[in-house]
Design a protein around this ligand. Structure first.
Ligand code: TRP
Length: 334
């Protein structure tokens, strides 16, 4: 698939429900990239096995995550959208890269150390080699750009190290991938209780999910923390209030936002009205995505068609890389 465009890879976790933070962080980046890059986006279902999910849940999660991404604007005609497990070449490259990955460096990875603390009863080898599998995901397409958040920077650095080690030992094959984000898309979507950012698993009442009903959206926003209002003109905005404005900036009309900003300056703001407005605008934003995602999840034949087409494209690209890798290593016999 030589389009001459730069190659982009990203993996979507298959656990948990997508929320507003995922939308304004990852998904919106994907949507912008799909126009200008040769994109490979996949559901990282193998990665999710490190925590031994229930098979019934896993299947549903994969379909839901695919549906939510498409409903948010990812176009399967423009990008290869697939399940990691449908591309066995990734597993083969993972095996090859494992020979270049050292136990010591893997044990030092902060995400691994976190898992050891969180699930001491299940410190499996898949967990230890998570960064190797992730590197295989990326290097298998010889990608140069990887749209991921800051929390993945260490994993990307490892991917660069493995690429370099392979190239030094066997000959030039892999470019060194770097993290990529459109600069203005780095907004962190704060949680509704002012304790950090929205999260897939923690604090469901403070996180707006793309699958939330209108009622849930309204309830969560109306419960968001506020205070008794600015005490003097021009008082600096407390974080909880600034967070509500930040959310408003994503979904409300500019004139509406400036009205509330002026009301705040004039100490005439009523937070109940602000939250009601935000709730309605948020409902208008999320409802079409939720409905579209539901519709897609019911259309298994369509999702299967997308996944198969995506896997086919991914396998074609991956097969070329593996063929070159085998040859360089000396395991091409025929
Ligand atoms: N580790 C990533 C995360 O937790 C998901 C992921 C798996 C990924 N493989 C990848 C991201 C390859 C980018 C490229 O979000």
């Amino acid at each position: 698939m030589a389009t001459g465009k730069e190659i982009v890879v990203s993996g979507i976790r298959s656990t948990g429900f997508l929320h507003l933070g995922n939308y304004f962080g990852a998904i919106r980046n994907y949507i912008r990239m799909q126009e200008d890059y040769d994109c490979y986006f996949f559901v990282a279902d193998w990665h999710s096995l490190t925590t031994h999910p229930d098979p019934k849940d896993l299947r549903g999660n994969v379909f839901r995550v695919l549906a939510e991404n498409i409903a948010s604007g990812l176009d399967p005609e423009k990008v290869a959208l697939y399940a990691q497990s449908d591309v066995p070449e990734i597993a083969e490259l993972y095996l090859l890269l494992n020979m270049l990955a050292y136990k010591g460096e893997l044990e030092k990875v902060p995400t691994f150390k976190d898992k050891v603390r969180l699930q001491p009863q299940n410190v499996n080898a898949g967990l230890l080699t998570y960064p190797v599998l992730m590197s295989a995901d990326i290097l298998v397409h010889r990608a140069v750009k990887v749209p991921v958040g800051k929390d993945q920077e260490q994993h990307l650095e490892m991917a660069r190290n493995f690429a370099q080690r392979f190239n030094n030992r066997y000959g030039q094959l892999f470019p060194e991938p770097v993290a990529f984000n459109f600069g203005d898309n780095l907004i962190r979507i704060p949680s509704l209780d002012g304790t950090g950012k929205m999260s897939k698993s923690e604090n469901e009442m403070a996180t707006l999910y793309l699958a939330d009903t209108d009622e849930q959206i309204r309830k969560k926003i109306m419960k968001a923390k506020t205070d008794s209002g600015p005490l003097e003109p021009g008082a600096p905005m407390p974080e909880t209030i600034a967070n509500l404005f930040l959310l408003m900036q994503q979904v409300s009309a500019p004139a509406v936002i400036s009205d509330f900003e002026r009301a705040y300056q004039d100490q005439a703001i009523r937070y109940g009205d602000l939250k009601k407005q935000l709730a309605e605008d948020m409902v208008r934003f999320i409802a079409p995505i939720r409905e579209k995602a539901q519709e897609l999840q019911q259309d298994k034949p369509y999702l299967n068609r997308i996944m198969k087409a995506g896997a086919e494209k991914a396998r074609a690209s991956a097969a070329q890389t593996l063929q070159a890798a085998r040859k360089l290593i000396g395991i091409d016999y025929y």
